[in-house]
Design a protein. Structure first.
Length: 127
């Protein structure tokens, strides 16, 4: 019985990892950029849970410190949108990577750069 339960737990754990999804965008750049953010919306009919929401400066693979309107590990209900943005302003090049615990087939969003007056300078869709 103990072996059966261990096997079931292992299969369930492997299945959950296999269903995880990742979306990303960038890098994008603008000399006039002041602020950047990565936003996404759950257009599905079920909750989706972000497990990682990272942003990177241009030409870097080290995640920068960010804030997010939807915390990692917390379910996001259908129709809800979320933003992740760097703690520091004055960025001119960014990329982002969003990881979810389940399929993200119904998640849409983009990475955007704006100037100091919040005018959009550059944008690319999450894929």
């Amino acid at each position: 019985m103990k072996t059966l339960l261990t096997t079931i737990a292992l299969v369930v754990a492997m299945t959950a990892g296999a269903n995880a999804a990742q979306l990303g965008a960038g890098p994008i750049f603008s000399n006039s950029a002041y602020f950047g953010y990565c936003w996404w919306i759950n257009l599905g009919s079920a909750n989706i849970t972000p497990t990682s929401q990272d942003m990177y400066l241009l030409n870097s693979n080290i995640a920068v410190s960010t804030h997010s309107t939807c915390p990692n590990g917390s379910p996001v209900s259908p129709g809800t949108s979320c933003e992740t943005f760097p703690v520091n302003e004055g960025v001119n090049g960014l990329s982002c990577k969003m990881v979810f615990s389940t399929s993200a087939v119904n998640v849409r969003g983009s990475l955007e750069l704006t100037d100091a007056n919040s005018n959009e300078l550059s944008q690319v869709e999450l894929r």
